[in-house]
Design a protein around this ligand. Structure first.
Ligand code: AMP
Ligand code: MG
Length: 273
């Protein structure tokens, strides 16, 4: 049975359903095979490249991929592996950091809105406006009545984007607490990865349960028909890459971008001298 359903269907958070991340196994692979995954991923990336070219040529729709996950969940790795096939000309990665003074002086969507993709483009958000109901909530950076309004504000914002030709795919990478420990330790032990580690990462790790509760609510309240969330079991990198590539490719296929017609005044037998 599972074979006939696409990962996109299986992993989508049905709008209106309640998410409990604690009930989802971060090591799940839905019968997929690691050995076969290398070829499958390569094929998926090639499929993505062709679809992006059509999206760019058509210039009428855009794709926004939102990536979220707890520290070390694999956001950077997903971008490196899955987006590798895209032509940089039509694709942008935007990483959202701690807001600047100028950004804090505006509403929380201000810095996000100006980064959304234009028609023909793909944008990948490495973190996003969801930080404003995640880290902001966990650390009480604004009062509860302010962040609790934001779920509805986000849904309205995403509906506005969708109505303007932007397809939205939101990917949550789920790793286990154990896996995070291993990845942190690996960062510490590998001189080429140590730069990624900050002491603050350990303080955040202590807030694991608070983050999971905040993610549960964001995924539950903001998975909509026009901007669904997908929960990707991400302890195994090969499965994570495969799942994200498939979801993005299927979404682009559904968008079905078309090459624009040639200039109708061109004679069919025109020869270049
Ligand atoms: P990194 O993705 O590892 O480069 O870290 C970026 C940091 O910026 C993370 O610790 C985020 O939690 C933080 N961050 C991103 N957006 C916000 C926000 N709106 N408010 C506060 N912190 C944020
Ligand atoms: Mg980090």
């Amino acid at each position: 049975m599972a074979e006939t359903r696409s990962l996109r269907d299986v992993l989508r958070v049905k709008p209106g359903s309640r998410v409990r991340l604690a009930d989802i196994d971060p090591r799940e692979t839905f019968g997929r095979d690691k050995d076969a995954s290398k070829d499958e991923l390569a094929a998926g990336i090639e499929r993505l490249a062709g679809l992006q070219e059509r999206l760019y040529a058509e210039g009428k729709q855009a794709l926004l991929v939102v990536l979220q996950g707890i520290d070390a969940a694999g956001k950077d790795g997903t971008i490196r592996h899955v987006m590798a096939g895209f032509n940089p000309m039509g694709c942008r990665v935007v990483s959202f950091k701690v807001p600047t003074a100028d950004e804090v002086a505006h509403d929380f969507l201000w810095r996000v809105h100006r980064e959304v993709p234009g028609h023909g483009e793909i944008a990948v958000f490495n973190r996003s406006h969801y930080e404003d109901v995640l880290v902001v909530r966990v650390h009480d950076l604004v009062p509860k009545d302010v962040w609790s309004r934001r779920y509805e504000e986000i849904n309205a914002f995403e509906a506005l984007l969708a109505a303007n030709g932007i397809r939205i795919v939101k990917i949550f990478l789920l790793i286990s607490r154990d896996e995070q420990r291993e990845r942190f330790q690996e960062r510490l032990d590998d001189p080429t990865k140590r730069w990624k580690f900050r002491m603050g990462d350990l303080d955040e790790r202590k807030l694991w349960d608070d983050y999971i509760a905040a993610f549960d609510d964001a995924l539950t309240r903001c998975s909509t028909d026009v901007a669904p969330w997908y929960v990707i079991p991400a302890d195994r990198n090969w499965f994570r890459n495969l799942a994200v590539a498939e979801i993005v490719a299927e979404t682009l296929e559904e968008m079905d971008p078309q090459y624009p017609p040639a200039d109708p005044t061109l004679p069919a037998d025109l020869k270049v001298e």
